[in-house]
Design a protein around this ligand. Structure first.
Ligand code: ATP
Length: 454
């Protein structure tokens, strides 16, 4: 068993994320709403940087991958074809004594939607909430898609769903994208966007949400190459997570056994992260065979087969799907980056984000609020601001301001002092080593760009 590297408990993480402006409860002033969270100024920067890194790595760096942006509400036929209307359900039970509701599979400790099997497992279990024995209702399934209606008339003919994953829109646009970009197999279509699931038991902070963001890639490939593409996707996902600064010992592959896998998938694996509540799914990668294109061909009546010019044959491509949730990853990145050390007898808390994803890249800190220093510090701000997030802070003592920047993980602090007025130079402090260097103002932008690697 790996030892957890995380130094924060869930309670500490939740309160840290709020106190430092990363994550707030949605509708906080109204007491919140279960399963929904808002990203604060630093959380939204962090999430954007994570998304941008994913996009650069899996779209820009690949000559055979393009990105799209599809609607959250689609024709409900799409979700019928994908199987979501019928099978995107979770099993639940209620305790008759205390009325608490649970995910039946979580309670039973088995990953199945087989209601009979679940009821058998639950027979002698006590309710985790009130300890009552034999108090569960029979298990029943619960549709996880949020329903809405389109247009002014609210009847069954106008029913629609908020998408439960971004992938559906990709499959429905597969042929348009292939035709307009003239891509040949293997090629990928990527999408980043919101997904909605009416989770029975949202929780663990931002781990299980009812509204979240996914980064998904559908890689269309010749069936003969699917195995290789699947293995390559597994490795690429892990490499990218490591490049974000996550530590190897907090990551592991969890290959799905036959009974854990969706019936159509030939192989699937989760990359799990060691959260304070144990190793749990962060990133899922599956070989979905030709299930999706076959289902959408059938439901839509459109031929989605691929014509191979080399062999003169038509076939349905297989799909490899790596999919990762932004918020689950943001949480992992915060847990992994958190560090505490003693400096000169005092405790220093540092978020050791890689410069690539740090929410604030540079802080400009004039030593005092004197107008001549403010003027020069503002010049320094204008010099570096624009391409990345730069903060300007002139309140409190310089020590407190350094500490504040350390706590949000800012890699570089630039101090403008009275000497700066004479020598037109500033002091740059590096977050991790706390080393300071005097840099001419004219060289500041190039120096920081180089250090940040941007
Ligand atoms: P779980 O078993 O934890 O419910 P899943 O297997 O249903 O997850 P997928 O459908 O494979 O998840 O979705 C792909 C990714 O989307 C997951 O690996 C996860 O990072 C993210 N994700 C899924 N559901 C949620 C959720 N309710 N809240 C936040 N992120 C989610």
């Amino acid at each position: 068993m790996n030892k957890p590297k995380n130094k924060l408990s869930m309670e500490e993480l939740t309160s840290y994320a709020k106190r430092r402006g990363f994550v707030f409860q949605a509708s906080d002033i109204y007491g919140g709403i279960a399963g929904f969270w808002d990203l604060g100024p630093y959380g939204s920067e962090l999430a954007d940087n994570i998304k941008s890194s994913w996009w650069k790595n899996f779209v820009y760096k690949k000559s055979n991958v393009v990105g799209i942006n599809t609607a959250i509400i689609q024709n409900p036929k799409l979700w019928k074809a994908s199987g979501h209307i019928e099978t995107f359900v979770d099993p639940m039970v209620d305790c008759k004594a205390c009325k608490h509701r649970f995910r039946a599979d979580h309670l039973a400790g088995v990953d199945t939607n087989d209601l009979k099997k679940l009821d058998e497992k639950l027979v002698n279990l006590a309710c985790p909430s009130c300890d009552a024995k034999d108090s569960f209702t029979p298990s029943r399934t619960f549709q996880m898609m949020f329903k809405t209606s389109v247009g002014p008339v609210q009847d069954a003919s106008n029913e629609a769903y908020l998408r439960p994953e971004t992938a559906g829109g990709i499959f429905a646009q597969y042929e348009n994208v292939r035709e307009t970009t003239r891509k040949k197999l293997p090629f990928g279509i990527a999408q980043i966007g919101k997904a909605f699931r009416n989770e029975i038991t949202p929780g663990d902070f931002i781990f299980r949400l009812r509204e979240f963001s996914q980064m998904e890639l559908e890689l269309f490939t010749h069936p003969d190459q699917a195995k290789d593409q699947y293995e390559a996707s597994k490795a690429a996902a892990m490499d990218w997570l490591l490049s974000l600064g996550l530590s190897q010992e907090n990551l592991q592959y969890h290959d799905h056994a036959d009974d854990e896998r969706a019936h159509y998938a030939e192989a699937s694996v989760d990359i799990q992260y060691q959260y304070p509540f144990g190793f749990k799914e962060l990133y899922g990668i599956a070989n979905r065979t030709d299930y999706d294109l076959q289902a959408h061909s059938k439901e839509s009546g459109k031929d989605l087969s691929y014509f191979d010019e080399l062999t003169g044959k038509r076939f349905l491509p297989f799909v490899i799907e790596p999919s990762v949730g932004v918020e689950r990853l943001l949480m992992a990145v915060m847990l992994d980056a958190y560090d505490k050390e003693e400096v000169n007898g005092e405790e220093r808390v540092v978020m050791r984000f890689t410069p690539q994803i740090a929410p604030v890249k540079v802080a400009i800190l004039p030593l005092s609020k004197k107008p001549e220093l403010s003027k020069l510090a503002n010049e320094a701000f204008d010099l570096v601001a624009g391409d990345y997030n730069v903060e300007y802070d002139e309140t409190q003592s310089i020590g407190k301001r350094y500490r504040r920047q350390d706590e949000i993980g800012t890699p570089y602090c630039v101090t403008v002092d009275f000497e700066s007025l004479e020598d037109k130079a500033v002091t740059v402090r590096e977050r991790d080593t706390m080393k300071q260097e005097r840099i001419k103002l004219v060289d500041l932008r190039a120096y920081l760009d180089d250090k940040l690697g941007l």
